[in-house]
Design a protein around this ligand. Structure first.
Ligand SMILES: Cc1cc2nc3c(=O)[nH]c(=O)nc-3n(C[C@H](O)[C@H](O)[C@H](O)COP(=O)(O)OP(=O)(O)OC[C@H]3O[C@@H](n4cnc5c(N)ncnc54)[C@H](O)[C@@H]3O)c2cc1C
Length: 404
């Protein structure tokens, strides 16, 4: 994959690794934000997990994402309510809000230096139709006592020190949002887990899971690990490891660009619907503007495309889109471009499943996993201890009607 800003600027010594052992108390497969958080919760419960990854920390979606940690769902609250029904949408939104706050707590408690900025997120509306949707979304969030603010164009401009594009009609502000350095976050979560007894081993690809004699055998290309319990958190690769997930979790390429540094001009993360698949961004602490999205421009929305490269159509759309939101940034030089592996389900919610005794799997975050990682990680650690998925994760079960 092309080097992301998060990998290019990680600036940390490698985490100490061990050779792949033949046994472990519990194994976490996948060192993205979900695997790293799950490992930390497991250590907090007194267990000593082994974390393995085919590449290394944050090698997948997490290390190539937008770094936005925002309560909410992949779709806006109106669309989510229509899709899942009101009570389920409310419960899911509450789960994401709890998860976003829990991640902030973990970062603070473990003193993880990951450029966390709790400055909220502005979702720009373009034109009157989008502003009406933003108003209705804010009203429905308020009705369920979730935080959100509707801003007209003048109020939105107050967050931005350069002129907003002519099409911007206002914005929806989410105060329960922040931005992080995704690479430093995963590194810090894993380092914290290691302080409490976790081990990590990189360069082993899980190929098959065999259940035998009450234990699990995780067959990798570097050897087999026998363990009573495992959490599979490989997101876009879920279907390769657990064939029953292949029909439900589709890999999707997400593309990002990062400009050269400019003077600070915005005080929060931001998003927009310039295209049907949406855009997101943040100005990084170093001044660069990270901007991603525009999948709708690509053939078949980049579904099923491996994330090795970027494509000119989407990258051009991102550059044009950035200029539409902030005209003074039109034509700005681009420092870096990359893509990453998102994992989509039919209803834009992750799937949690227990395929066998002691075996738990999660994946399919549909481009919006950061606010869920801390809370699902905690529930998965609980599942390892009790042997059963907690009831709170039933909303993400494979049996849900919206997935079919
Ligand atoms: C371009 C892009 C932008 C995004 N922007 C945002 C955003 O701003 N905010 C947000 O909330 N979400 C965003 N997302 C989504 C978010 O990044 C993901 O939902 C989240 O990172 C998923 O974390 P994970 O740990 O489940 O998976 P990943 O981070 O993908 O980690 C999975 C890990 O599993 C490893 N692995 C895979 N197969 C195997 C195997 N067989 N054996 C061993 N290891 C294996 C991989 O190497 C990888 O490290 C974005 C995603 C992309 C791609």
């Amino acid at each position: 994959m092309l080097t992301s800003h998060w990998h290019a600027t990680l600036d940390r010594p490698p985490l100490p690794v061990i050779d792949l052992p033949s046994t472990a108390e519990v194994v976490v497969v996948g060192a993205g934000v979900v695997g790293a958080t799950t490992a930390l919760w497991l250590t907090r419960a007194g267990l000593r997990p082994l974390v393995i990854d085919r590449s290394g920390p944050a090698a997948g979606a997490t290390g190539h994402n937008g770094g936005i940690l925002a309560a909410g769902l992949a779709e806006n609250y109106l669309a989510a309510t229509a899709r899942y029904g009101h009570d389920t949408a409310r419960a899911l939104y509450a789960l994401s809000l709890t998860g976003q706050r829990l991640m902030v707590e973990l970062i603070e408690q473990e003193q993880i230096d990951c450029d966390l900025r709790l400055h909220g997120n502005l979702n720009f509306a373009l034109g009157e139709a989008q502003l009406s949707i933003a108003a209705a979304t804010v009203a429905s969030l308020h009705a369920d006592e979730f935080p959100a603010t509707l801003l007209d164009r003048t109020a939105a401009q107050e967050f931005v020190r350069i002129p907003l594009g002519a099409a911007v009609s206002g914005a929806r502000f989410n105060p329960a949002a922040g931005t992080v350095h995704s690479g430093k976050l995963v590194y810090g979560l894993l380092a914290a887990a290691q302080r409490y007894g976790a081990h990590v081993s990189w360069g082993a690809t899980l190929q098959q899971i065999v259940t035998a004699d009450g234990s699990l055998r995780l067959v990798t290309d570097r050897g087999t690990i026998t363990t009573p319990a495992a959490v599979i958190a490989v997101n876009a690769w879920s279907g390769e490891v657990l064939p029953e997930l292949a029909a439900h979790i589709k890999p999707v390429r997400g593309q990002v660009l990062c400009t050269v540094p400019v003077e600070p001009f915005i005080t929060c993360g931001f998003g927009a619907s310039l295209t049907a698949t949406g855009e997101y961004g943040q100005q990084l602490p170093g001044g660069q503007v990270l901007f991603g999205g525009c999948r709708a421009i690509a053939p078949n929305h980049d579904v099923g495309v491996p994330p090795g490269d970027v494509s000119p159509d989407v990258q051009n759309a991102l550059e044009t889109g950035l200029g539409r939101l902030f005209p003074t940034l039109a034509g700005i030089a681009i420092e870096r471009r990359w893509s990453g592996p998102m994992a989509f389900t039919a209803d834009y919610l992750p799937i949690v499943t227990q395929p066998a005794t002691g075996l738990f799997a999660i994946g399919g975050f549909s481009g919006h996993g950061m606010p869920f990682a801390a809370i699902v990680g905690r529930y998965l650690a609980e599942a390892v201890q009790t042997g059963t998925l907690p009831a709170a994760l039933a909303l993400l079960g494979m049996e849900r009607a919206t997935l079919l």
